[in-house]
Design a protein around this ligand. Structure first.
Ligand code: DX5
Ligand code: ZN
Length: 221
């Protein structure tokens, strides 16, 4: 089971003055995805990375660029991030009134489409798009900042989505983001998650520890 677990270090926990080095180091340490948190200062109370930064980071790694768009409205930014080199574009179900159209737009750009749910959002928000998405992201903190405490109530949502995804018969990543550490990784894997985003836990103790951090999270189940 744990061999199918993929780890997506979030560069939100990196030194922003040295993001290229951070991406290279996580690539070399065995990261499956590079998770890039895009925050607009509107949908979430923080501002981070634009498409120009993603384009420059693209030169540092060929790993899957997993771009988490905490942006509302988001549609105007899909093409710029696609052109910058994103492989997965994940949008929030809460971020706009036309989720189905947004998912279609991501696919039209030739990218994998993810949909994220905030902790306060029900699984039912995905009912009408689940057959079209490539990734579902369960937020286990309220988005905006790294280093927050895992919200354990979300474990039931992860388990419900595992059942819902299996019922589709399609290959859909079930990703978890927020407060993932060795303890909570074990719980989310048991609940059915197969892609773990980790900021604090992946970057803990500096570059010499990245490989061990990733391996430990991968093996936590
Ligand atoms: C939060 C971001 C996360 C964050 C996770 O809004 O989406 O990706 O970086 O950080 P940790 O793992 O420290 O909770
Ligand atoms: Zn994220």
């Amino acid at each position: 089971m744990s061999s199918s677990i993929r780890i997506a270090p979030s560069i939100l926990s990196a030194d922003f003055a040295a993001l290229g080095a951070a991406v290279r180091a996580m690539d070399e340490a065995g990261a499956d995805y590079i998770h890039i948190d895009v925050m607009d200062g509107h949908f979430v109370p923080n501002i981070t990375i634009g498409p120009g930064v993603v384009a420059d980071l693209r030169k540092h790694s060929e790993r899957i660029f997993d771009v988490h768009l905490m942006v509302s409205p988001v549609d105007a930014y899909l093409a710029p991030f696609a052109e910058a080199g994103a492989d997965i574009l994940t949008v929030h179900a809460e971020a706009g009134p036309h989720l189905h159209r947004t998912v279609q737009a991501i696919h039209a750009l030739g990218k994998r489409a993810g949909v994220a749910l905030n902790p306060g959002s029900p699984v039912s928000l995905l009912d009408e798009v689940i057959d079209e998405v490539d990734l579902v992201l369960v937020m286990t903190v309220n988005p905006g900042f790294g280093g927050q405490k895992f919200i354990a109530r979300q474990l039931d949502k992860i388990a419900a989505l595992r059942r819902r995804i299996d019922a589709t018969g399609r290959s859909i990543d079930l990703q978890v983001d927020g407060g993932v550490n060795l303890d909570t990784a074990q719980k989310v894997i048991a609940a059915g998650a197969d892609v773990l985003v980790a900021g604090t836990a992946a970057f803990a103790d500096g570059p010499d520890h990245y490989r061990g951090n990733i391996a430990a999270l991968r093996g936590a189940g």
